[in-house]
Design a protein around this ligand. Structure first.
Ligand code: HEM
Length: 478
């Protein structure tokens, strides 16, 4: 990222209207202004297509790619939405021309009621300044320090797993990831009844709002999902603002949680985050980091259960490197290359943040087509990772695709599970460390098998996850 001046105050991003009618009217106006400029595609109104994009988008997107190529339009609900797939398109959106796009006016904007103005929902100077202040909290040494909290929590959760029983592994990891987030991000003890447990519970409740169908999200009456979101947000705000005040009143340089780091963080000119900014960034980190790690670990266990030879090689590697001991952050990062290839292949097949929503803020050209200003645009890692001309036998689980040499030989933009460019996932190292640590510790002690005849269905709202969880049999490692 270019050097960012963190000293000059930047204006808060503009308010976004939460009024659905105003939004629909605005979308129609934008489409009308851009008429004649959208790439070709299926642009008639269709409930079936709208339903499919929310429930089973992969075949729809891959078929449209076959028919129209790397850029096409699909009408979803009332809007004509542009999709850009494949290496060149991903590179164009994330690295080549990110200046053409905003995140805030895309469907990321739907997150503002919970997240406020965190990294996912802001752009340009406001984003760059915040990211520059936050980056040190995600450096290698900080993640190494957080690995301690991850290890304590993972050990406890693994010991508590009932052996010789069937367990919903997705639920188990979700709980563990939430506990790690409480400690590492907020510095809260998840067992402390008043705060840690309440924060975890209300965060889960608030997230529930984003897993339901769009139509239900528009309801506003008593008992509606919206009201539940608002009441959980109030509880969370009280806890988080209380913690911020506590850290400001009693600064402790020894604390390594992100809340403390953000409270102490200063820009080049000594500028600090306001309480509201810290709150919004923390909520954003919790949101972005929780489901993603949970799903990644679950999908990994699903694939390992189907590929015993891969598990055997992972065992060999961890026995050789760790000799039964607990992995350090450095070992996880540098000394277990086979585990890296497995993680990369899991994230190819199931990138949890599967779609990158954007809004075009200026007209641009790609692949011989014009995209008008105001268009909703998405790149999609999930579909891009399944193109046979880029990843032969795309459905097969083959970690060897990601040996160092083969990974380096992929076309730029081919593999984007963490996005790319200056807004690449800020929690990449955190998430990778967490998943690799938990997977390593589980494999050291336990065997996790699929249930006979059990198939996995994927749901994609708000991130990819196994629909209804993933029940697996846990037994001791032989
Ligand atoms: C396996 C785990 C994870 C995956 C696969 C993942 C994936 C992604 C992707 C694809 C993006 C870019 C989205 C886009 O281009 O539209 C992103 C951004 C982001 N991620 Fe992650 N993520 C993971 C873990 C985490 C964790 C653990 C955190 C925080 C602790 C986090 C925080 C963020 C934030 C704040 C952004 C926005 C960055 C910016 O705009 O500057 N992520 N992530």
């Amino acid at each position: 990222m270019a050097t960012v001046d963190t000293t000059t105050p930047v204006a808060r991003p503009p308010e976004m209207s939460g009024n659905p009618v105003r939004r629909v009217v605005g979308d129609f106006v934008d489409e009308w202004r851009g008429r004649g400029k959208f790439p070709p595609g299926h642009t008639d109104f269709s409930w079936v297509r709208t339903h499919q994009i929310a429930h089973d988008p992969l075949p729809l997107l891959l078929d449209a790619y076959e028919e129209f190529g790397p850029i096409f339009s699909l009408r979803l609900l009332h809007s004509r939405v542009v999709f850009m797939l494949g290496p060149e398109a991903n590179h164009f959106v994330t690295v080549g021309h990110p200046e053409n796009f905003h995140w805030r006016e895309s469907s990321f904007g739907d997150l503002i009621p919970l997240l406020g103005d965190g990294l996912l929902t802001v752009d340009e100077d406001y984003h760059d300044r915040a990211r520059a202040i936050m980056m040190p909290a995600f450096h290698r040494e900080q993640i190494a320090a957080m690995t301690e909290a991850m290890t304590i929590e993972a050990d406890q959760a693994i010991v508590a797993l009932p052996v010789d029983e069937v367990v919903d592994i997705y639920e188990w990891m979700r709980n563990l990831a939430m506990r790690i987030a409480m400690r590492a991000l907020l510095g809260l003890d998840p067992d402390e009844a008043g705060k840690g447990a309440a924060a975890a519970e209300h965060f889960e409740r608030a997230l529930g709002y984003y897993g339901i169908d769009f139509g239900l999200r528009l309801l506003r009456g008593p008992g509606s999902p919206w009201r539940k979101l608002v009441s959980s947000r109030e509880v969370l705000d009280e806890i988080v603002f209380g913690e911020i005040a506590r850290r400001r009143a009693h600064p402790d340089p020894g604390r390594r949680d992100i809340l403390s780091l953000l409270a102490a963080a200063r820009g080049a000119g000594g500028e600090e985050f306001s309480d509201r900014e810290i709150r919004d960034q923390l909520m954003t980190l919790m949101f972005a980091g929780h489901d993603t790690s949970t799903s990644t670990l679950t999908f990994m266990l699903h694939e390992l259960a189907r590929h015993p030879e891969v598990t055997r090689r992972l065992h060999e590697e961890q026995d050789r490197v760790l000799g039964g001991g607990s992995p350090t952050a450095l070992q996880l990062e540098k000394e277990m290359p086979y585990l890296d290839t497995v993680l990369d292949e899991v994230l190819r097949l199931y990138p949890p943040a599967w779609i990158g929503p954007r809004r075009a803020i200026r007209e641009y050209e790609f692949g011989g087509y014009t995209v008008p200003r105001g268009a909703y645009v998405n790149y999609c890692s999930w579909a891009s990772h399944r193109l046979p001309e880029v990843f032969p036998e795309p459905e097969a689980f083959i970690p060897e695709r990601f040996t160092r040499e083969r990974k380096a030989a992929l076309p730029r933009g081919a593999y984007v599970p963490f996005g790319g460019g200056s807004r690449i996932c800020i929690g990449k190292r955190f998430g990778q460390t967490e998943v690799k640590l938990v997977a390593t510790k589980l494999l050291q002690r336990l065997r996790i098998d699929a249930l006979p005849g059990r198939t996995m269905t994927i749901r994609q709202m708000p991130t990819l996850s196994p629909k209804g969880g993933l029940r697996m049999r846990v037994s001791p490692r032989s």
